[in-house]
Design a protein around this ligand. Structure first.
Ligand SMILES: *Cc1c(COP(=O)(O)O)cnc(C)c1O
Length: 422
């Protein structure tokens, strides 16, 4: 059939490209957001204080079961204040998830700390507790651990908490992607002494931006509140005794979040249906969905991801900036699938490229289950990925997981993925 492709003009294509783009995960609008935003403007609370912020802080504390929630400008700012609360000083080692968004680890460096990257496990695609234990043998002085719950799937939080306790390290949970997910019946974002969530535009609940710091400590919550508003002292003028930040949440953004929050359960149900439709639709291919622990955890299914069996990978090469592959019958690779989806106006995404492979973090320590703790610049040894994170990055990808995608549209996407393996 002949179709018009935006990139290539009139070309032969197997499927009709989608007229409007299918996004990876775009904001979902309801009716209430605009009412809360309008209310804030009408009442002239167009600032970093007001009813929307108070209500959202209250709702998140209730929803997660955490005692205190502090509304901040974004998830990254929340993680930064978590790192400050953990008392990280220049030269301190902090263990961190390796296969994650760089916002998980940059705040360590804001405070002069040194991230020690911990390899990933295959059961949940999160921090490997075995590698973490190993890391404490090499860096027993490490002060804190930052664990991310990737793609909405809880990490092995019991094991990781236990290791932190035993080594006297503060646990920080990066629950930016996992709002609403639970581990042993308890909400993520409550396992750390300090925790962060995000309302960035593609998260399951969004305010366009925004984030929160969650903690059970009143003292910590008060400190975070003070630091986030330029550390003003109680005085008739601007009195400052310590370093401050402009990190407070806007009451307008809080209005959007407030309108979205009642729909969290609905969004999770929609995302779960998408995950299950992929699982069923792709079951005859040599691929698997991103895994989770079905006994102990309930993910929020923020992004559906898949990983291709080792033997069904076609040749693929990635440099720091470019990727190429050679097509082979019955085989495929993330590059081929992502490029094919893009041709039909569908957005997918590579797995987060591990931090130890990022040029800016290449010299940092990186710990695997059975390695020796040195920074490694080689992604492959004898043609095989040298660690779990690079293996998942190499063979995995994030599938379009937008909750406005219809089952019919998803079926076409599933067919497009099949065509890559033909
Ligand atoms: C989105 C995200 C963040 C940062 O949140 P922002 O609100 O964008 O600053 C941190 N960590 C992870 C894992 C994220 O996905």
């Amino acid at each position: 059939m002949l179709y018009y492709s935006m990139n290539e003009g009139i070309v032969k294509m197997k499927f009709k490209p989608f007229e409007s783009k299918i996004w990876l995960s775009s904001p979902t609008r309801h009716e209430e957001e605009i009412d809360f935003v309008r209310d804030a403007i009408d009442k002239n609370w167009v600032t970093t204080a007001g009813e929307n912020i108070n209500e959202v802080e209250k709702s998140i504390a209730e929803l997660t079961g955490c005692k205190y929630a502090v509304g901040l400008s974004c998830g990254t700012a929340s993680l930064h204040l978590c790192v400050k609360l953990a008392g990280i000083k220049p030269g301190d080692y902090v263990m961190a998830s390796d296969m994650t968004f760089d916002a998980t680890v940059n705040p360590i460096v804001y405070e002069g700390g040194i991230p020690v990257f911990i390899d990933t496990e295959y059961d949940t695609w999160n921090m490997d507790p075995v590698a973490l234990e190993k890391a404490f043998e090499i860096y027993p002085q490490a002060k804190a651990v930052i664990v991310a719950n990737l793609y909405g799937t809880p990490a092995k939080l019991d094991e990781i908490s236990e290791i932190c306790k035993r080594h006297g390290a503060v646990l920080i949970e990066d629950a930016a992607e996992s709002l609403g997910a639970t581990y042993k019946g308890r909400q993520t974002g409550t396992f750390g002494t300090y925790n962060a969530i995000s309302f960035n535009g593609n998260k399951i609940i969004t305010g366009s931006s925004g984030g929160m710091l969650l903690t059970d400590s009143l003292e910590a919550a008060n400190k975070a509140r003070k630091w986030s508003t330029q550390s003003r002292e109680a005085a008739p003028w601007y009195q400052h005794e310590e370093l401050g930040y402009n990190y407070r949440m806007s009451n307008i953004i809080a209005g959007v979040v407030r309108g979205q929050l009642p729909y969290l359960e609905q969004h999770i149900a929609q995302k779960k249906a998408i995950y299950e439709r992929y699982k069923e639709g792709l079951k005859d291919l040599p691929v698997a969905m991103n895994p989770f622990d079905p006994v102990n955890s309930v993910p929020n299914y923020w992004l559906s991801c898949m990983i291709i069996d080792e033997n069904s990978m076609c040749r693929q090469a990635r440099s720091d900036r470019d990727a190429c592959y050679s097509s082979e019958p019955e085989k495929s690779c993330p590059t081929e699938i992502l490029e094919t989806l893009a041709k039909y106006n569908v957005e997918g995404r590579p797995i987060w490229k591990p931090m130890h492979m990022q040029p800016m973090y290449r010299m940092n320590p990186f710990i695997v289950r059975d390695g020796n703790g040195r920074a490694r610049t080689n992604a492959y040894i004898d043609g095989k990925a040298a660690d779990v994170g690079m293996d998942i990055f190499n063979r995995g990808l994030c599938l379009p997981s937008d909750n406005k995608m219809t089952p019919e549209q998803q079926d076409i996407i599933i067919d497009i993925i099949h065509s890559c393996f033909e």
